[in-house]
Design a protein around this ligand. Sequence first.
Ligand SMILES: Cc1cc2nc3c(=O)[nH]c(=O)nc-3n(C[C@H](O)[C@H](O)[C@H](O)COP(=O)(O)OP(=O)(O)OC[C@H]3O[C@@H](n4cnc5c(N)ncnc54)[C@H](O)[C@@H]3O)c2cc1C
Length: 456
Amino acid sequence: MKPLDNKRPGRAVDQLESWGRYPRVPARLFRPERMRDFHAGEGPSLARGLGRSYGDAALLTDGDVVLSERLDRCLEFNPETGVLRAEAGLSLDALIRAFVPQGWFVPVTPGTAFCTLGGCVAANVHGKNHHRDGSFRQGVTSLEMLTADGSVRDLTPADGDDFEFAFGGMGLTGMIREVELQLRPITTSMMMVRHSVAGNLPELMAQMDDEARDDQYSVAWVDLLARGERAGRGVLMTGHHAEINELPMRYAAHPETLLTDRPGRARPFPFEAPTWLLSPGNLRLFNSMYHKWQGRKGTFFTPLRTFFHPLDAIRNWNRMYGKPGFVQYQFVVPFESGREAVTEAISRLNAAQASSFLAVLKRMGASDGGPLSFPMPGYTLALDIPLREGVIDLLNNLDALVADHGGRVYLAKDSALRPDTFRRMYPEWERFVIHKRQVDPDGRWQSDLARRLELV
Ligand SMILES: Cc1cc2nc3c(=O)[nH]c(=O)nc-3n(C[C@H](O)[C@H](O)[C@H](O)COP(=O)(O)OP(=O)(O)OC[C@H]3O[C@@H](n4cnc5c(N)ncnc54)[C@H](O)[C@@H]3O)c2cc1C
């Protein structure tokens, strides 16, 4: 193996954490300035983007963690076709800033723009348009990857598993150095959005399944704390990129602003929140107000940043959960028994008083990417759970429910899954392990997630 020859020595940190702030582990950090310095370490190594995965996917206890954040150059762009080639550390935020004013948007975006192209490939992220457009894999035409033996490979779909397994591979098949992406043309930076209120879960799911209400992007906020007849009430939020002729006259009067990116200035979350702030009583009150407020909006126009990345407006909002941190739990269950599974999961969360106001439900479309890629056709529910005693047991209990229904949890958000349940959820796990042994026989790429799930 080649040693890590980055000129700056690795910086040892005691408590490296990702977005959920749990777990926290010691590691050595490397932050190369140029791609040619982007090597693996001598021992176990892991590439890391902006640490927006929630659990331990981007952590490696006592290992070499290579940060890609300075490797963020746009390398080539074809304004005729919208094909962009960039270094893997380019964030979606920077991409949107640069390309929205030119009339191009990312084909798929998760709920934050503060993530890198490499992280989006490794987790094969999905967005509000998954039911129509699939996951990040669909927009990627080629990758450049640093392999375990130190060689650099250009990979395209013609390379079969070597290409596909990177999607959802959680950095375990190699370090992605460059990504080639087909951007989506847009004529304005505004979204046309419709909010519809649903009084309970069956009503909300019926609205989601109703093709007449569907749009290019669709997601629902669910009030997990409502009880009785209102259990699972929510707001279905659908939308599409507004065309010029859909916009009110006041926009058309200023054509120079039609493609303005309006990222806003992120305000910091001011303090580590005390636990009483998130008490069930306070959350219930907040949810009630939110349900009314969002439901009243009807049809309206909003800047794309507000539609796709509302949480990015508050920097470090993860501090809201206080010092112990939180877990984000996301699962998908097939449509056949999806309603039953989602209803049961919500009732178990409610009984454990374990959910927060951030809960979203959506329909997913076809699977793609490698064997560890998360998306599959079905309903997906994602929610934050503040960390406290008993939460990991609760998650393991929910994991069993999800696996019994033929579903799976999202590895980019996980920190609790056990290897036996993981294998039930990802039945093709063995194909992944065989491939990994072929491309990385010495187990150079590792993560705490991979160790926990016995993938290395
Ligand atoms: C507010 C918020 C909303 C989110 N919404 C969604 C959503 O809607 N849909 C969704 O799918 N996800 C969502 N996520 C999760 C997030 O999009 C993914 O975890 C994404 O992978 C984070 O990218 P990152 O660059 O921060 O990667 P990191 O968190 O740093 O790393 C994630 C994984 O990618 C690997 N990786 C990173 N860079 C490379 C590289 N160059 N080469 C190889 N492997 C690499 C890491 O090893 C790790 O396994 C959300 C996260 C947040 C905080």
